[in-house]
Design a protein. Structure first.
Lengths: 276, 170
């Protein structure tokens, strides 16, 4: 016994080494045979805490990349939002009535580009041929006449604004029923010019000017504006007046495209009678 | 004496945290992983008793293993390196006498001696470590290649640490 203790004391260093190394190898072997030993479980509380700290530091260091990824994800989700898709099923207001034949159909849409500054202004709408828009259709807003569709693409249409020197529409004085031709001559975007009124009539300031409905474009009775002043008298027997437009072209957003369902029929008839 | 104890405790904690927090995250070239924590064993004071060296090596290896989820692997390698350390110091010890509380560092006997000493410890530790790890992996020559590259990086870090953190004792 004494010899054993002496042996241990003399060789304690090597024996301790063997002991510790054995423990290590037991750990290695146990770990290899059992995935989740008590060693891992008991240390998880401490090590897990520290590892959490380090991984949060790691996350912080890769913030730039994370932000980029999040931004990409945000863009992807935004693309999927209803707001970013155009609604293709338009609530075109069609009335079903056996007494009246439906002549005009209104397609609601939004103005996505607009100008009032140049001599010939155009608008762009967010609907196009896919939704039934064709060149030559009228565009109106809640406040009155806006313009005429000039060209269409599948999803958009380009509109000649009333504020365009090339556009003339048929307009009439609501009270008297006399009609003339309304156009814009540049300058103030709120004032248009009504020409070719008969020279003998009396026009007062404030008289309401509406569309005549004589062309196949605008329905009859769409508001255009009010007479501001009579500008020319008796030139070739005609007179003209300046008209304050009811539509504020500077803040135009929701408009309707007017589809004349009977346009073709009307044009064919007119053509027929002209040819005779 | 107290000062030496505190300094070694701090070294222990800092090296373990540096190892698991930084060096284990930065794997150079995919498979080179420097194990700087062995510097603690290298820099134990000259007068550390053998049994204490072994116990401290065991504790050090166990701490690193806890964070690496590799129980026993670092422990066995570190204990082995700690076991060889007294013999190594005996055979390499220059004639000059040192205080038992002095730590082996690059300033005390010069760069040549320190590199020879620390390289031996690192070599023993890393080769042992990678071979024990090879119980899990096959392909021995790849393991040895990994060990060799890791040894180079560990040595670079050890020498760098000597210039950064040791003051001249003289």
């Amino acid at each position: 016994m004494k010899n054993l203790i002496l042996f241990i004391l003399r060789n304690h260093y090597v024996l301790l080494f063997i002991l510790l190394e054995s423990v290590s190898f037991v750990l290695v072997v146990r770990y290899n045979s059992y995935q989740h030993t008590s060693f891992i479980n008991s240390s998880a509380a401490v090590a897990g805490r520290v590892n959490t700290v380090f991984s949060s530091v790691n996350n912080y260091l890769s913030l730039n990349q994370r932000n980029q990824e999040l931004n990409n994800e945000l863009a992807r989700l935004r693309t999927m939002m209803p707001e970013s898709s155009k609604i293709d099923t338009l609530a075109a207001q069609t009335a079903f009535d056996s007494v009246y034949t439906q002549q005009y159909e209104y397609l609601p849409c939004r103005v996505i580009s607009n100008s009032v500054k140049s001599a010939n202004n155009f608008l762009t709408l967010d609907i196009g041929s896919k939704h039934g828009v064709e060149p030559g259709m009228a565009v109106v807003s809640a406040m009155g006449a806006v313009g005429v569709v000039k060209a269409v693409s599948p999803n958009f249409s380009s509109v000649i604004s009333l504020l365009n020197q090339n556009l003339k529409i048929s307009a009439m004085l609501e009270k008297s029923g006399y009609f003339g031709s309304l156009g814009w001559e540049g300058g103030d975007y709120r004032i248009a010019n009504l020409e070719d009124l008969p020279g003998h009539i009396t026009v007062r300031k404030g008289d309401v000017v509406i569309t005549s409905g004589y062309s196949t474009i605008f329905p009859k009775g769409v508001m255009i504006g009010n007479v501001e002043s009579v500008t020319a008298h008796g030139v070739n027997g005609f007179m003209s007046a300046s008209v304050r437009l009811s539509v504020d072209f500077k803040r135009l957003s929701n408009v309707q495209v007017v589809r004349n369902l009977l346009k073709k029929e009307q044009l064919e008839l007119q053509e027929m009678s002209e040819n005779e | 004496m107290n000062n030496v104890l505190i300094r070694n405790i701090i070294r222990f904690v800092v090296l373990v945290l540096l190892q698991v927090g930084v060096l284990n995250q930065v794997q150079l070239g995919g498979f080179i992983n420097p194990y700087l924590y062995i510097l603690f064993v290298i820099m134990l004071p000259f007068g550390t008793p053998g049994w204490l060296t072994l116990v401290l090596s065991f504790a050090l290896g166990l701490s690193v293993d806890m964070f690496c989820n590799s129980p026993g692997i670092h422990t066995s390698a570190t204990v082995f390196a700690g076991f060889l350390r007294p013999y190594l110091l005996d055979s390499l010890m220059p004639r000059e006498t040192v205080e038992p509380t002095d730590t082996p560092n690059i300033r005390i006997f010069g760069a040549g001696w320190f590199v020879k000493y620390s390289l031996t410890v690192v070599l023993v530790h890393h080769v042992f470590l990678f071979v024990v790890e090879a119980f899990k992996f096959s392909s021995l020559h790849l393991i040895l290649w990994r060990a060799l590259l890791s040894i180079v990086f560990t040595m670079l870090l050890i020498i760098l640490s000597q210039f950064l953190f040791t003051r001249s004792n003289k």
